[in-house]
Design a protein around this ligand. Structure first.
Ligand code: ZN
Ligand code: ZN
Length: 133
Protein backbone atom coordinates (compact mmCIF):
# COMPACT_ATOMS: atom_id res chain seq x y z
CA UNK A 1 0.00 0.00 0.00
CA UNK A 2 2.67 2.44 1.09
CA UNK A 3 4.73 1.51 -1.93
CA UNK A 4 1.86 2.12 -4.32
CA UNK A 5 1.23 5.53 -2.77
CA UNK A 6 4.90 6.39 -3.10
CA UNK A 7 4.96 5.42 -6.76
CA UNK A 8 1.82 7.52 -7.37
CA UNK A 9 3.46 10.39 -5.48
CA UNK A 10 6.64 9.97 -7.50
CA UNK A 11 4.73 10.18 -10.78
CA UNK A 12 2.79 13.26 -9.60
CA UNK A 13 5.94 15.06 -8.42
CA UNK A 14 7.88 14.11 -11.55
CA UNK A 15 5.04 15.44 -13.74
CA UNK A 16 4.90 18.67 -11.71
CA UNK A 17 8.69 19.03 -12.01
CA UNK A 18 8.51 18.45 -15.78
CA UNK A 19 5.57 20.86 -16.10
CA UNK A 20 7.39 23.58 -14.17
CA UNK A 21 10.53 22.94 -16.22
CA UNK A 22 8.53 23.34 -19.40
CA UNK A 23 6.87 26.56 -18.18
CA UNK A 24 10.22 28.06 -17.22
CA UNK A 25 12.51 26.88 -20.01
CA UNK A 26 10.23 25.66 -22.80
CA UNK A 27 11.95 22.26 -22.67
CA UNK A 28 11.48 19.12 -20.59
CA UNK A 29 15.05 18.93 -19.34
CA UNK A 30 15.21 20.06 -15.67
CA UNK A 31 18.93 20.77 -16.07
CA UNK A 32 18.07 23.72 -18.34
CA UNK A 33 16.61 25.52 -15.34
CA UNK A 34 20.12 25.74 -13.93
CA UNK A 35 21.97 26.43 -17.16
CA UNK A 36 19.91 29.18 -18.74
CA UNK A 37 19.45 32.68 -17.48
CA UNK A 38 16.62 31.72 -15.15
CA UNK A 39 15.42 33.60 -12.09
CA UNK A 40 16.64 32.47 -8.68
CA UNK A 41 13.06 31.81 -7.53
CA UNK A 42 12.53 29.36 -10.39
CA UNK A 43 15.77 27.58 -9.51
CA UNK A 44 14.72 27.27 -5.87
CA UNK A 45 11.28 25.92 -6.85
CA UNK A 46 12.91 23.38 -9.19
CA UNK A 47 15.38 22.34 -6.49
CA UNK A 48 12.55 21.68 -4.05
CA UNK A 49 10.60 19.69 -6.65
CA UNK A 50 13.65 17.64 -7.61
CA UNK A 51 14.49 17.06 -3.94
CA UNK A 52 10.99 15.62 -3.44
CA UNK A 53 11.39 13.33 -6.44
CA UNK A 54 14.80 12.14 -5.24
CA UNK A 55 13.56 11.59 -1.68
CA UNK A 56 10.66 9.46 -2.93
CA UNK A 57 13.02 7.43 -5.14
CA UNK A 58 15.35 6.82 -2.17
CA UNK A 59 12.36 5.81 -0.05
CA UNK A 60 11.22 3.35 -2.72
CA UNK A 61 14.70 1.86 -2.98
CA UNK A 62 14.74 1.22 0.75
CA UNK A 63 11.26 -0.31 0.65
CA UNK A 64 12.00 -2.61 -2.29
CA UNK A 65 15.22 -3.85 -0.69
CA UNK A 66 14.38 -5.30 2.71
CA UNK A 67 17.22 -5.86 5.14
CA UNK A 68 19.06 -9.11 4.57
CA UNK A 69 18.38 -10.08 8.19
CA UNK A 70 14.63 -10.17 7.41
CA UNK A 71 14.92 -12.14 4.19
CA UNK A 72 13.57 -15.68 3.92
CA UNK A 73 15.20 -18.38 1.83
CA UNK A 74 12.55 -19.32 -0.80
CA UNK A 75 13.77 -22.92 -0.89
CA UNK A 76 13.69 -23.90 2.79
CA UNK A 77 11.42 -21.00 3.87
CA UNK A 78 13.67 -20.22 6.81
CA UNK A 79 15.37 -16.98 7.76
CA UNK A 80 18.36 -16.31 5.53
CA UNK A 81 20.84 -15.14 8.15
CA UNK A 82 19.70 -17.24 11.11
CA UNK A 83 20.19 -20.52 9.26
CA UNK A 84 23.55 -19.81 7.62
CA UNK A 85 25.28 -22.33 9.88
CA UNK A 86 22.82 -25.06 8.84
CA UNK A 87 22.11 -24.34 5.16
CA UNK A 88 25.20 -22.40 4.07
CA UNK A 89 26.07 -18.86 3.06
CA UNK A 90 23.45 -16.64 1.41
CA UNK A 91 23.72 -16.45 -2.38
CA UNK A 92 22.03 -14.13 -4.87
CA UNK A 93 20.36 -15.71 -7.89
CA UNK A 94 22.17 -14.27 -10.95
CA UNK A 95 19.23 -14.95 -13.27
CA UNK A 96 16.80 -13.15 -10.93
CA UNK A 97 19.20 -10.22 -10.80
CA UNK A 98 19.21 -9.86 -14.58
CA UNK A 99 15.41 -9.76 -14.43
CA UNK A 100 15.38 -7.14 -11.71
CA UNK A 101 14.38 -9.49 -8.88
CA UNK A 102 16.29 -9.77 -5.65
CA UNK A 103 16.31 -13.44 -4.73
CA UNK A 104 18.62 -14.75 -2.04
CA UNK A 105 18.84 -18.33 -0.83
CA UNK A 106 21.21 -20.54 1.12
CA UNK A 107 24.00 -21.98 -0.98
CA UNK A 108 23.29 -25.55 0.16
CA UNK A 109 19.54 -25.16 -0.38
CA UNK A 110 20.20 -24.16 -3.98
CA UNK A 111 22.54 -27.10 -4.49
CA UNK A 112 19.90 -29.47 -3.13
CA UNK A 113 17.01 -27.94 -5.09
CA UNK A 114 19.01 -27.59 -8.32
CA UNK A 115 17.16 -24.45 -9.36
CA UNK A 116 15.95 -21.10 -8.08
CA UNK A 117 12.24 -21.43 -7.12
CA UNK A 118 11.54 -17.80 -8.06
CA UNK A 119 12.98 -18.34 -11.55
CA UNK A 120 10.95 -21.54 -11.86
CA UNK A 121 7.82 -19.61 -10.89
CA UNK A 122 8.38 -16.73 -13.30
CA UNK A 123 9.72 -18.78 -16.20
CA UNK A 124 8.36 -22.32 -15.74
CA UNK A 125 9.68 -23.38 -19.13
CA UNK A 126 12.88 -21.45 -18.57
CA UNK A 127 15.48 -23.25 -20.63
CA UNK A 128 13.42 -26.08 -22.05
CA UNK A 129 11.20 -24.21 -24.50
CA UNK A 130 13.05 -20.97 -24.92
CA UNK A 131 13.43 -21.38 -28.68
CA UNK A 132 10.22 -23.19 -29.53
CA UNK A 133 8.05 -20.14 -30.25
ZN1 ZN B 1 17.50 -22.20 2.68
ZN1 ZN C 1 16.21 -16.88 -9.59
Amino acid sequence: MLKKQSIAGLIVWALIALGVTYLITGSLNPINVYQENVSLIAKIIMSVLLAYVILIIIGLLFMSAPGISEMICPICNKNLMSFVSVYGQPDTCPNCRTHGRITMYHRNCYKAAGQCPVCAEYDPMNDLHKNTF
